[in-house]
Design a protein. Structure first.
Length: 104
């Protein structure tokens, strides 16, 4: 190129990262997801939770009668400390609904 300033400007423009497309933006639910009542679809709204992991969460919940604390999510295959720390702000674990006891 005959103009070194134009060459430098072009080189800098090409070196800058492009903004991420909206479809690559991390997902985040509008309100906390209740681990004891969430469906597969609701769990898939959590960052980096796909269908298979959501199904494993439901299977764990069914097998263990629900989650007492959010940290129990780390007992689900595929969710370690790093993934849990990313998910924790979006989780809630109210106690699972229990049927009312019959009156005496």
């Amino acid at each position: 190129m005959s103009n070194p300033i134009a060459f430098l400007a072009l080189a800098l423009a090409l070196a800058l990262p492009l903004p991420a497309a909206p479809e690559h933006a991390p997902r985040a639910p509008q309100r906390p997801v209740n681990l004891n009542t969430a469906t597969v679809t609701e769990l898939m709204q959590l960052p980096r939770i796909g269908q298979k992991t959501a199904e494993r969460i439901l299977a764990f919940r069914k097998q263990h009668g629900g989650f007492q604390r959010p940290e129990e999510l780390m007992n689900v295959k595929g969710i370690g400390e790093k993934a849990f720390s990313r998910l924790k702000p979006f989780l809630s674990t109210p106690p699972p609904a229990r049927p009312a006891a019959p009156g005496k």
